[in-house]
Design a protein around this ligand. Structure first.
Ligand SMILES: NC(=O)c1ccc[n+]([C@@H]2O[C@H](COP(=O)([O-])OP(=O)(O)OC[C@H]3O[C@@H](n4cnc5c(N)ncnc54)[C@H](OP(=O)(O)O)[C@@H]3O)[C@@H](O)[C@H]2O)c1
Length: 903
């Protein structure tokens, strides 16, 4: 423990009782929390470890930091490297938002506007005329609204042009807030109608002018206020899933006829995309996972850093602020809550006593002022609760001796912000970092939003940010980091205005970054929920909302990791931190955003899957026509751990099971909406090796042999080109198989109980196939125990670590569960391994049948039986079943060949 503390530069907290008061009265301190062990330049960390015992033990050891190379030491002194992965696997990942082109092609419109009544919220220019004309041409009835909705003719659709045009930054927040309130006001009288509409029968479309890139590059000349409406539309879509709610963004100078045409086409198409941009072609956002490995740190946290953190007195932002203070920065956190007097009676109470105090307080106040409403009294108690949290947090900072202080400041008040910054500069020096974490939000359906609360929600994210940026125009800022939310990126029910506020903030940050000349990093981090601290646990409405929508939370430790990593090492202007699972599950995101009737559209115009984890072995669809698909996958040891960890004679080689997966994926892409049910005659003809660790590009081709309504038969094979000195010599076939496919999600549960072999010992250490000449990494060592008797082998497999398979995805959806299959092969091979000491490798299998899909994190049992030995070939039948007795996989005729060293 001590060696670790010396090496990592962290003083671990003391376990156990509080020390005696006499001890604490002197200059000694026992750390109650882990704290940074910062040494002045040139000094070393030293620690003593004592062991004294009555039995005669009497040792004292002195440890001193190992001398580090000078450069490394100065990096450490400057606080590098800072972000450390949490002890447990992170739940979330970091994604970058990129735009990718997806044309609508020749799809037949699924949601014609003919016969619809459409309200237009007009722009100041003349765009509304062009849009109105285009809608009328399609036989819609158009009503151009004045200041109020038209009660006489309720709308089936709303086209909101109110932020379209060229506008500077002046009055941005007022415009954004007014536009959001107006959209909500317009929606209110038809909200119920929209909730009852048939699919795609109603719509809200915001047409914005952020430059045709959804504000990802900053707004340029257009109107940033539109970003709020883009966020609003996403929030509305989660509440009104059957309606089309979408933002469509353009360059403000785009020709009005084109805008009108694109908008109407987009509406009539009926897809569920939340936001679309038009820059001469149709663009939609795609989330790309940024690999987990450590980026080289770009910004150090230094002792002369002065960081102002809005909203940092409480919640998750306080945790982040202390992390910076721990690294030596001087941090000023702000909030509106006044600091309580140190002797305030409610500060010393535990939670239970505080509850009693609250009841007493309410009764006493009621006696004093009988007109005080219970709501007002509850608000008073809530204000005291805030003071308690603030006080407790600041006490923690004092106990840890952190350079962190609190300043009462409402960041929406420009005067207060200026005064605060002037004071900070005078006492601590110029401001080098800004984190904007302040927020307020009230969760309720869009139809019930109160205008004053909508205004406040947008003001804290938007107007306050403008104040902070403006006030630090002359400071040597190195970084501006906004606390955004997944709500701004994907929308969330009950949070339409909060979605708007977060989307506005992200666009403002991107925009400020674009014109900044100081080289500062401007970034928004769109967070998923945090557990144990912050609004997601303390606000009961929000807590319930998150529970009902199935959003999982990250731990504080993990949140801090992502925060510090972004602060010190990242480079993008917006990152999303969330669980990759959501790309498969969250409505209208990733896989579910863009689809046509057959579910075929899972790739963009370049053929790249929207969601990499949905097709983990497909980089690009090269050719696609009815009944035939060709894909490409570049195998790279550096990025694909499933190859890096699988070697024959030291050469990375594609495992047979992943070869089978590659064929299965191209087969499934060939028949949209279907998944692999069975594979036949799987053959490994030439092993796919990465000679000299160089990438290998495989092409796989699938052709439909028979296609029915419920199932289909497809043949696929994979090939690569053999290249010598840059010359293509020949094409080699690596894997080939035939597949039967079933409708996606139609698997039936089939019982299959795998009994342990009675009277046979369970071996926990057994013969792995990872013996020379084969080497296998931890991905492939998931066997838990095995039993072997006669020709039967029974064993158990721990859940595979799928998140480590490749750095493209942490949530791969496989067709044939290759890691599970691989371990099943290894367990079977123990019969030969234990008996004969033979290492063998797979050559193929006759038949594989998939049972029900294995649940995430689920292990399985295996029963293998040797059916034929024909030296050097051994054949097996294998069943893989869940612990609760359901078939996961049935393999017949697995062919393993014994190999020897050097073969
Ligand atoms: N917690 C999560 O799971 C989560 C998830 C996604 C995103 N986020 C984002 O992370 C940030 C913090 O969230 P949280 O859960 O920690 O929220 P929180 O506990 O409600 O904290 C919000 C903070 O903002 C301060 N604040 C509000 N209005 C202010 C104003 N006008 N001027 C100065 N300070 C103001 C509050 O202090 P006073 O009340 O004293 O003013 C409070 O300290 C937010 O920006 C949020 O959008 C959080």
């Amino acid at each position: 423990k001590t060696a670790l503390a010396v090496r990592e530069g962290v003083l671990p907290p003391t376990l156990g009782e509080d020390p005696s008061p006499e001890l604490m009265a002197g200059p000694l301190r026992l750390p109650a929390h882990a704290r940074g062990w910062v040494m002045p330049e040139g000094k070393m960390r030293r620690a003593g470890v004592s062991a004294f015992g009555l039995g005669g033990i009497n040792y004292h050891v002195l440890l001193e930091e190992a001398p580090t190379p000078a450069a490394d030491r100065s990096e450490r002194a400057r606080g590098l490297p800072q972000a450390r992965l949490p002890a447990r696997d992170p739940l979330a990942d970091r994604f970058e938002v990129e735009l990718t082109s997806v044309s609508l092609g020749a799809r037949t419109p699924r949601a014609p506007v003919a016969g619809h009544t459409v309200w237009i919220l007009p722009d100041d220019g003349g765009l509304w005329r062009a849009v109105g004309a285009a809608l009328e041409q399609r036989h819609a009835r158009v009503v151009v609204l004045g200041s109020e909705p038209d009660a006489a003719s309720p709308a089936d659709g709303i086209v909101d042009l109110s932020t379209f045009g060229v506008r500077g930054p002046e009055g941005l927040h007022q415009r954004a807030s007014e536009a959001t309130r107006r959209a909500l006001r317009t929606l209110r009288p038809v909200y119920e109608r929209f909730t009852r509409a048939r699919p795609a029968g109603a719509f809200y479309v915001a047409v914005t002018s952020l430059g045709g890139d959804l504000g990802l590059g900053g707004a340029g000349e257009g109107d940033l206020a539109g970003a709020a409406l883009l966020g609003l539309a996403k929030g509305l879509k989660q509440e009104l899933p059957a309606s089309l709610c979408r933002g469509v963004d353009f360059d403000p100078h785009e020709d009005p006829e084109t805008v009108a045409e694109v908008v109407v086409r987009e509406l009539e198409d009926g897809n569920d995309q939340l936001e679309v941009a038009w820059a001469g072609r149709r663009l939609v956002p795609r989330l790309r996972r940024l690999p987990l490995g450590e980026d080289a740190p770009r910004r150090a946290v230094e002792p002369d850093d002065v960081v102002v953190v809005s909203g940092g007195g409480r919640g998750v932002v306080f945790e982040c602020a202390t992390a910076l203070a721990r690294l030596g920065a001087r941090v000023v956190v702000t909030g509106r809550t006044p600091l309580p007097a140190a002797d305030a009676p409610f500060l010393q109470l535990d939670d239970e006593a505080f509850e009693a105090f609250g009841r007493e307080h309410m009764l006493a106040r009621r006696r004093e002022d009988p007109s005080a409403s219970p709501r007002r009294l509850r608000a008073e108690i809530a204000a005291l609760e805030k003071q308690r949290e603030l006080h407790e947090n600041l006490q923690r900072a004092v106990a840890d001796d952190l350079p962190l202080e609190y300043a009462e400041c409402d960041v929406t008040d420009r005067g207060a912000v200026d005064a605060l910054f002037a004071d900070v500069r005078a006492r601590l020096g110029p401001i080098t970092g800004l984190a904007h974490g302040a927020m307020v939000q009230w969760s309720t359906l869009a139809s019930r939003k109160e205008p004053a609360k909508v205004d406040a929600t947008l003001a804290v994210k938007g107007a306050a940010l403008a104040n902070l940026l403006d006030a630090t125009r002359e400071d040597p800022l190195k970084i501006v980091l906004g606390f955004g939310s997944g709500a701004g990126r994907f929308g969330n029910r009950g949070q339409a205005d909060y979605c708007a506020a977060n989307a506005l903030m992200a666009a403002m940050i991107a925009s400020a970054g674009r014109v900044d000349r100081r080289g500062a990093r401007f970034v928004t981090v769109d967070w998923t929920a945090w557990d144990s601290v912050g609004a997601a646990v303390e606000d009961p409405d929000l807590k319930e909302l998150l529970r009902s929508t199935g959003i999982t939370s990250i731990s504080v430790e993990e949140g801090l990791y992502w925060f510090l990593r972004e602060w010190t090492a990242g480079a993008s202007s917006e990152v999303v931190v969330f669980e990759e699972r959501m790309l498969h599950d969250w409505p209208f995101l990733g896989r579910q955003a863009e689809h046509d009737e057959s579910g075929a559209l899972e790739v963009d115009d370049l053929g790249r899957p929207f969601v990499e984890g949905a097709w983990p072995l497909v980089d690009q669809v090269l050719e696609r026509e009815p009944g035939r698909v060709v894909i490409e996958r570049r195998l790279e040891a550096e990025r694909d751990a499933f190859i890096e960890q699988h070697r024959l004679h030291g050469v990375p080689i594609l495992p047979a099971t992943f070869g089978c997966e590659l064929l299965a994926e191209v087969a499934a892409l060939c028949v949209p909406g279907m998944e692999v049910e069975a594979a036949y005659d799987v053959r490994i003809q030439t092993p796919a090796k990465l000679f000299r660790e160089r990438p290998l590009v495989l092409r796989a081709r699938a052709v439909v042999e028979a296609d029915g309504a419920q199932d289909a038969l497809v043949r696929s094979e994979s090939r690569s080109r053999l290249t010598l000195h840059g010359r293509h010599l020949e094409e080699r076939v690596h894997h080939a198989a035939r597949f039967r496919l079933r409708l996606r999600g139609s698997a039936v549960v089939e019982p299959r109980v795998i009994e342990e072999l009675e009277g046979t010992a369970k071996a926990r250490s057994f013969f792995h196939m990872a013996r020379a000449p084969v080497t296998l990494g931890p991905l492939y060592s998931r066997g838990e125990w095995i039993q072997v008797r006669d020709r039967v082998i029974v064993g158990r497999i721990r859940a595979p670590r799928q998140r480590d398979v490749s750095d493209r995805t942490s949530f791969p959806l496989f067709q044939v569960d290759p890691l599970m299959m691989d371990t099943a092969f290894q367990i079977a091979a123990n019969w030969d391994g234990l008996g004969q000491g033979c290492v063998s490798i797979p050559y193929g299998l006759e038949r594989l049948r998939m049972g029900r899909p294995r649940r995430r994190g689920e292990g399985a049992r295996v029963r293998a039986e040797v059916t034929r030995v024909d030296d050097p070939d051994v054949y097996y039948d294998i069943d893989v079943a869940s612990d609760d007795g359901e078939l996961l996989m049935e393999i017949r005729g697995l062919h393993l060949r014994r190999i020897t060293e050097g073969e």
